[in-house]
Design a protein. Structure first.
Length: 297
């Protein structure tokens, strides 16, 4: 009995030692560039446009009204409040749009006033500031929903008090992007994209009586949660690609080479959109025929 107890204690020490060595290497790792998402490469590989479009982004609001569940602070929101910055980065990375500063426009105007106030009369002809660049289009959007526990589940098995178990949870974040013509106020394109936020937890435990009055209990495990801000970023990038692809197909803006619309990248996004919305595009002749049938009835 003592030998058996000793062997179980050694087993427990080995497991605990493994847990100690499986921890992250340290907290002093250097800062790095944010890792790319699945949509980042597609965004950087978009075919060139006929001309870069100046756009303005005034903000991207959090309309979810969701806060993190306890034990987190009740004042901590479930999604990032910096979605506008992620949108501006995606617009620049696409090489289709040239964002102009609008979110902190008052700061920019204040600095321009300071430059003018410091100018000497003899220097005004040399240091006169050029006018601000106007935008041809507004890119608006918001985080419209964040749903927690969309799907949960798990699996576990124990034999003689020893066994593993795993749990998973899926949340869901939804964003909307709109392209607005500043001359007419018409909404040129509107896209809604959804990204799953996946969390998983793995556990392994031992619960066993090693003798009449001695109970051995060992637990180890790990968990992994997708960063919500990365999921928001991926949803924004995917939404922007869909926005560009649909606008190129509808004639809202033009490709430098029109044949690029048939290449796998844009064609794949358009096919996914059509299959998702069950809205297969029809030709002008089919549309005219359909209108004639409606009027005939």
């Amino acid at each position: 009995m003592r030998a058996r107890s000793l062997s179980l204690m050694i087993f427990a020490a080995v497991v605990l030692g493994g847990c100690a060595t499986s921890r992250p290497a340290g907290t002093n790792s250097p800062a790095t560039i944010s890792p790319p998402t699945h949509s980042t490469r597609d965004l950087a590989s978009l075919p060139p446009p006929a001309g870069v479009i100046p756009v303005a982004v005034y903000g991207m609001r959090d309309q979810t009204g969701q806060y993190k569940p306890s034990p987190d602070s009740s004042f901590s929101t479930s999604v990032t409040q910096g979605a506008a910055s992620l949108l501006v980065s995606a617009l620049r990375d696409s090489r289709w749009f040239k964002p102009v500063e609008r979110e902190n426009l008052q700061d920019l105007l204040t600095e321009r006033k300071i430059v003018r106030a410091l100018e000497q009369p003899s220097d005004r002809a040399q240091t006169q500031l050029p006018p601000l660049r106007p935008a041809n289009m507004l890119i608006e959007g918001s985080i419209v929903a964040y749903e927690s526990n969309v799907r949960t589940g798990g699996f576990g098995v124990r034999y003689l008090g020893i066994g593993p178990s795993d749990l998973y949870r899926q949340d869901q974040v939804t964003i909307n992007l709109r392209a607005v013509d500043i001359r007419s106020g018409d909404i040129i394109q509107s896209v809604t994209t959804t990204k799953t936020v996946f969390s998983i937890q793995l556990d392994f435990g031992v619960f066993k009586f090693v003798s009449l009055r001695h109970l051995l209990e060992v637990e180890t495990g790990l968990s992994r949660n997708e960063p919500v801000q990365q999921c928001v970023r991926e949803a924004i990038e995917a939404g922007l690609i869909h926005l560009i692809a649909q606008g190129a197909r509808d004639g809202s803006w033009n490709l430098k080479n029109p044949d690029d619309l048939k290449k796998p990248l844009l064609a794949g996004y358009l096919k996914a959109y059509d299959e998702q919305t069950m809205n297969t595009p029809i030709t002008a002749a089919e549309q005219s025929k359909l209108s004639g049938e409606i009027h005939a009835q």
